[in-house]
Design a protein. Structure first.
Length: 422
């Protein structure tokens, strides 16, 4: 297990290239289970989660080969195994998105129930409700969901849940519906850009999907899908993390491959507290030259402020000039970073799903423990500005979702090293 050793202080300056989106590419890889013939996916980030998905697809009969600069080629060669084992699913919850395509293409999917994780309880009832509406029979055996269907039939499906729409739930139902007989209408679909990117890939494979990226998605079933060539959208969460890194260190960072239009709530919030964000040919320049204002923020489904940037924004607000309130509406327990930030001198009080952050003059370096992907990113950010040395342990969490983060930060002037944990 590796750790990061960070010496706080340097202002970040220069350019960073944002990688392809993890959360777009994972379901897109799963979608290739539906195709007859090879698919090529471009700008695939080099992440632990991508290796896990490649391994899972390998076990499900897909040959996966890697080309240059983030190119992946996938082709199904054997359809006889449809079991996503617990060993793999527990490592990566997104494995659940093979459920829809396996069911649609092979008539059977056996997928281990993912269970909870460090960010809270993570049910899949909406996924199953959608698949049932399409005619699947769902059973639970030894902790696995077994979904079967001779034939799926288009239906009208409401996918809203107690916390709003579901990103992977929408992906699963959309992928199950593409080869169903007739038309499916998904209401209260997730509007995230990653869902729209998956639909773009499915349409390139021959699917007929309209409205992806809006709350109503219409899918007209087709008989067959072919392989396709797709370039993944940039990772808006990685982009947001680097924007916050620039703002925190009073830096000036240019981001290339960054779609500001996918990040309007984030840009609005950053500008609101005094960060300068400007469009710059196909990307953005983010700078800050002063102490920032406090703010209130609530995480919401897209186009609202993303839960995946809540922890990182909290680090920024720890150093703002006054009190901020951060309310988590997607994963109300996603606050593991609070205790670790407090060890670095942050002043944060938790009240239910809200954290009240009182800005302090400075954070102080400390050994801290990463608990999940985005919480780890928040701790790395804190280390960049803390006085003295910060050690972030268990960085395998961060390797799941940020491609070479220490190299990218170092290129911007940060003092960060990877070292083996003793
Ligand atoms: N929910 C249900 N029932 C369901 C599914 C979800 O009640 O069947 C609830 C969840 O408990 C949560 C809310 O609905 O309260 C939203 O969950 P969603 O299903 O949208 O999450 P997900 O699809 O499992 C994806 C991302 C997460 C991101 C969330 C929310 C991927 C691989 N994962 O998860 O990303 O936080 O959407 O935007 O796309 C991350 O990258 O760090 C990460 C956790």
């Amino acid at each position: 297990m590796d750790k990061f050793i960070i010496k706080g202080g340097p202002r970040l300056k220069g350019s960073v290239d944002i990688s392809g989106s993890k959360n777009a590419v994972l379901p897109i890889m799963a979608a290739t289970l539906l195709a007859s013939g090879p698919s090529t996916i471009r700008r695939v980030p080099g992440l632990a989660d991508i290796s896990h998905m490649s391994q899972l697809l390998g076990e499900l009969g897909t040959s996966v080969s890697q080309g240059d600069s983030g190119m992946l080629r996938l082709e199904v060669t054997d359809e006889s195994h449809s079991h996503a084992r617990y060993d793999l699913v527990r490592k990566m919850r997104a494995s659940v998105c093979v459920l829809g395509p396996l069911l649609a293409k092979r008539g059977i999917a056996r997928v281990a129930m993912p269970g909870g994780c460090a960010i809270g309880s993570r049910p899949i009832d909406l996924h199953l409700r959608g698949l049932r509406a399409l005619g699947a029979k769902i059973e639970l055996e030894s902790g696995d969901v077994i979904a079967t269907a001779d034939k799926l039939k288009g239906a009208s499906i409401f996918l809203g849940g107690p916390f709003g729409s579901s990103v992977l739930g929408t992906a699963n139902v959309m992928m199950a519906a593409v080869m169903a007989e007739g038309t499916t209408v998904i209401e209260s679909a997730a509007c995230e850009p990653e869902v729209a990117d998956l639909a773009a890939h499915l349409n390139a494979m021959g699917a007929r999907i309209r409205g992806a990226g809006t709350p109503r998605v219409t899918v007209e079933g087709v008989k067959e899908l072919r392989g396709a060539d797709h370039e993944v959208i940039p990772d808006r969460i990685e982009a947001g993390t680097f924007m916050i890194a620039s703002a925190l260190t009073n830096g000036e960072v240019k981001l290339s491959h960054c779609r500001l239009d996918d990040m309007l709530a984030v840009v609005d919030k950053l500008r609101d507290i005094g960060v300068i964000v400007e469009r710059d040919d196909g990307g953005a320049v983010v700078a800050s030259a002063r102490r920032l204002e406090p703010t209130d923020v609530t995480t919401q489904p897209y186009p609202g402020f993303p839960t995946d940037l809540q922890a990182q924004l909290m680090t920024l607000l720890c150093l703002a000039d006054g009190n901020s309130a951060i309310t988590e509406k997607i994963f109300p327990d996603r606050f593991m970073h609070v205790a670790e930030l407090s060890r670095m001198g942050a002043n944060i009080r938790k009240e239910g799903p809200t954290a009240i952050v009182t800005g302090v003059k400075r954070l102080i370096g400390a050994p801290v423990m990463a608990s999940d992907l985005r919480a780890s990113a928040a701790l790395v950010l804190a280390g960049l500005v803390a006085r003295g040395e910060t050690t972030v342990n268990r960085v395998y969490h961060i390797d799941r979702g940020y491609e070479r983060i220490e190299e990218k930060l170092r290129a911007l002037g940060a003092d960060i090293e990877r070292a083996p944990e003793e």
